[in-house]
Design a protein around this ligand. Sequence first.
Ligand SMILES: NC(=O)c1ccc[n+]([C@@H]2O[C@H](COP(=O)([O-])OP(=O)(O)OC[C@H]3O[C@@H](n4cnc5c(N)ncnc54)[C@H](O)[C@@H]3O)[C@@H](O)[C@H]2O)c1
Length: 353
Amino acid sequence: MIEGKRIVLTGGAGFIGTTLTRLLADRNTMVVFDSLRRNAIGVTGLLGHPNVSFIQGDVLDRDAVTAAVRGANICVHLAAIAGIDTVIKSPTTTMRVNVVGTFNVLDALTETLDSVERFVDFSTSEVFGSYAFRSEERHVTSLQPVGEGRWTYAVSKIAGEHMAHAYHDEFGLPTVSIRPFNIYGPGQVGEGAIHVFVKRAIAGDEVLIHGEGDQIRSWCYVDDMIAGIMLCLERPEAVGEVFNIGNPRGTVTIRSLAEKIVQLAGSPSVIRHIPKDYVDVELRIPSIEKAQRLLGYQPQVDLDEGLRRTIAWYREKATGGPPAAGAQVAPGAGAPDEWKLRHAVTGEATPET
Ligand SMILES: NC(=O)c1ccc[n+]([C@@H]2O[C@H](COP(=O)([O-])OP(=O)(O)OC[C@H]3O[C@@H](n4cnc5c(N)ncnc54)[C@H](O)[C@@H]3O)[C@@H](O)[C@H]2O)c1
């Protein structure tokens, strides 16, 4: 376990950053740097932790970044524009934050090279393009056609990976890049199919699927993501490398995922298919062989168990109380309208990223 370190998390108020802060705060000095474009940390009480300080700042503000990372032993760079809906609406902001922001963080770290023991860059599995079957880190990444909005994100993230490697080679910065494959779990904010489906299932709303629902994804529970990050921070073998972090055993079609969530939530929600009007990733399954071999990474939480924990968390958040009794019984407990009154939360539709 890492202890006694000064750890700076850019984007630390987001889903993964908040989960990581919770794990590390008792034994380290945490600096959470975030613009609060999204905010998963606010409701957790972590900002009141004596070892956690919060800086509201933008990674595009080089001076603010320089001040935040000064003296850091570890920097985990999570700040990004993410989520395909958001990326398509704001392509220039995506490019600026993900490319210039990453450059600012890397460049600022060169002014504190004596203290830095590890820099972790967050890339994405989107770098493998539309069809990614058992994708390995050494496989060619895909740039996809200019003009198809979603790929702006992948291009910005692959630029970040190249930058991280450049700073490793040229300045000796101990960098690691992580490509997460569809992370889900308690505390998620923003977009993501599980986040949206669970919210709608708990509310008793229709669960909307874009297209036939035959898109295939491997879902990785957030604790397994955090275990992967910890290995990247602790293991010397990680330096200078890129790793897929995901769970190939959590592989399902989007239709099966929606059915599973409705059933596990004991929800009366109806699953409805709507037209798909965006470019999608049809198949995405990682190879995690490199992380297994070099780091000893092995995901532990299977999809059903992860979904049960996630549903329980959203239900507690929605009702302000513990999970409802009988939460995992078969659907159909009461008509949708009555059910909604008892489990009132809202959910918005989004592409199945
Ligand atoms: N969750 C996933 O499945 C997944 C998959 C692939 C890649 N990733 C990458 O992992 C990282 C963390 O993901 P997450 O799910 O926690 O995302 P998230 O959106 O919950 O967190 C990102 C955080 O970055 C902050 N941020 C955005 N722009 C900023 C700016 N200009 N300056 C400072 N902070 C800014 C946001 O406020 C947010 O709190 C991101 O880089 C994301 O692209 C996540």
